[in-house]
Each structure stands twice: as structure tokens, then as C-alpha cells.
Design a protein around this ligand. Sequence first.
Ligand code: SAH
Length: 396
Amino acid sequence: MATLILHPGKEKSLLRRHPWIFSGAVDRLEGRARPGDTVDVVSAVGRPLARAAWSPASQIRARIWSFDAEETIDHAFFKRRVAAAVARRQALPELAGQQGLRLIHAESDGLPGVIADRYGDTVVLQLTTAGADKRRAAIADSLIKATGCARIYERSDVEVRSLEGLEPVTGWLHGEADAEDLVIEENGVCMEVDIVGGHKTGFYLDQRDNRRRVAELASGRRVLNCFCYTAGFSLQALAGGAREVVSLDSSGPALATAQRNLALNPQLDARRAIWLEADVFGELRNLRAAGERYELIILDPPKFANTAAHAERAARAYKDINLLGLQLLAPGGLLMTYSCSGGIGAELFQKIVAGAALDAGRTARIVQHLHCAADHPVDLAFPEGEYLKGLLLQVD
Ligand code: SAH
């Protein structure tokens, strides 16, 4: 096995159990390693620190598999880590019975580069790093053993793989299902999950608790759901007794799925649903000009900033939609607003929204901070894992 030797002092982040080794921390590699191979990590003075996956193409040159420098990174290692991740979910009552569930949340479950989501008895696996890519067989086998699921579909088609020198990989690893038929029930509402072509692994599992919150808040309200995608928030609003739900998205196919999802739920009153295919930035202005008012507005946009470098442009976009959203609220109305941009921290996001309220001339109070559901945990040693932040605001 090759040995990765760090520059003096660069062991500090590892001693705090942060799992990434950036290129600038690496002094040299002794021995030969191919992309994804496991390497021993030692400090400048030769102190053994960890075992990591080597990724020469990436700025994150290595990702830690184990902080136990003696632990063998073999099939049994992945079996233990996968089983532990699955067991953690089973131990949380709100997760135990979920049909749609994130089983492995990468670094925060001790498995950098590995995402696994379960939809019924199908698992969707997404491998984003050279190290994870190399361990595909062990990870897939461990998932079958830990879950009893017969089907595994791989959705490793995300852009970040190119930074690791990896090509996209998609297809069935085990078993095969008619993907068209994949439907999950969440909080009493059925939703189609497109594991082949949908966003992420097919569904925004991270918003599960927040969708439930919308159901609690929607009763009797006129609701506007911006960036509605396949109508997750919209259907929960209808289930919660909303008077009317206007759903807005620029994607025709997403809105078509949204309407199929509504049809999957005959218990919901379809006459209360209105669909708008439009750009949110323009349409909110039209609605404002038309004098429309809503009692609950949801803003769950796509990632505007991938990295801190795009933060400024992203900040302007967040401010714009939040300003418009606040102006469209009736007195006493609620705004549920999110950012899933890694480059925008929670504090900055709150500042942007505060600026929007000031410019909109609305007094707004935070009544709740919103986060990912518990199947997307954040390892305290890896704060980068906290990407989704939301605020529930009540205006005067
Ligand atoms: N809230 C959704 C997830 C949102 S994903 C859920 O809970 O499931 C982001 C959505 O924003 C996508 O459906 C995409 O089509 C849409 N979108 C992106 N830019 C947009 C824009 N400028 N105007 C309207 N919709 C947009």
C-alpha cells in the first residue's frame, strides 16, 4: 500500500476528524497508487493517522475511510459501515417505517462519495468519488445484505464525478424493475419517483419533515409553491386543507409528473390545484402587478451557488425571490424559504432574507429554523454536510 505523507502541521484537521485531505496538505506519495486505491496517511514525522482513498485528479486528494490507521479497508469494512448506517435509521422512530429513505449520507455516515436512497424495495446508489467508485461491488452487496432489497439502480451521473476523472455510470446493478411503477407513500401522500431521470436519485427526500410542516400549516390558506418540481410541498398543502394551491415551475415535464402525482391521490381535492409553467423571477412580478396575495408561500429554489465563488450572484437571486415572496404575502402570512447552496451559509442566508424584508417594507419574524430530515445527518466533524437551511417567517 502506498503512503501519503502530509506537510508539517497538516495533520491538524485529521486529528479533528475532518475527512478531506486537500492537495495543498500533501507533501508526497510514497509508492504507487491508482485512482481510488487505499493509501496510508501519515504526518510529516511519520505518525500514522488514517486510511484514505486516493484521488489524484481532485483538489480533494484523499478522503478518509477510517481514522483507525490499522483498519483493513476490505469487503467486511464496507459491510460494517453500511450496516451501521442502516441501523442508525432504524433506531429513529420517525424514519423506521419510511418507504422513501436516505440510507447512506456520504461523509456523515463515514462513507465519503457514497449516497444510497431507498424507495420501497429499490435502492438507488450514487457514487461520486474515485474511492467510492472503486468499491461499487462491496457497497452494493453490503446494501443488499443490510436491507434485504433485491434491486439496486446506479445513478452515478452527477457533474462532480468529472472532478474525480470519472465518467457517468447508470443502470441496474442488481435485479431490475419497471421504474415507471415506482411510487412511494410519504405522510399519507403517494408520489412517483423517477429514479432514472429525476433530480438527485429521483426525489427530494431531504425535505420530508418540511413537507409535513406545510401540511400542518396549510389549513384554510391560499398557498403559493415556487419551484414546485413534482409537487411534494403542493400535495402536502392540499392534504393539510389548503383553500387553494398555486404551483409554479419552469419545467413542463416536472409539472406533468406533478399532475400525475395529484391524480395518484384521489383523496385530495384537485379543483384546488392550479399549475403555472413559468420562470419564478418573472412570474412573481406578474402576480405582484396583478395584486395577488397568498397566506403561505414556499420558496425552494435549485442550488444558486455551488461554491463560495458564486455566492455573490446567488445572494442577489435569493434576495430577489425573497423580496417578491414577502411582498406577495397577505398580512399574517407565512414564508417558508430555503437555500441548498453549499456556498451560502445559514448566517449569510438569514442576512439576505433580512435585507429582502427591509426592502420589501415588511416586518418578519423567524418562527422556525428548518433543516434536512434525520436521514441526512450532519457529522459534527464535517460541517460541510449541512447544505440545506430554511426559515419559516411570519409577517405582520
Ligand atoms: N421543492 C421541490 C424541489 C425543487 S427542485 C421539492 O420539494 O420536491 C428545483 C425546481 O426548480 C426544479 O423543478 C426546476 O425545474 C425549477 N426551476 C429552476 N429554475 C427555475 C426558475 N427560474 N423558474 C421556475 N422554476 C425553476
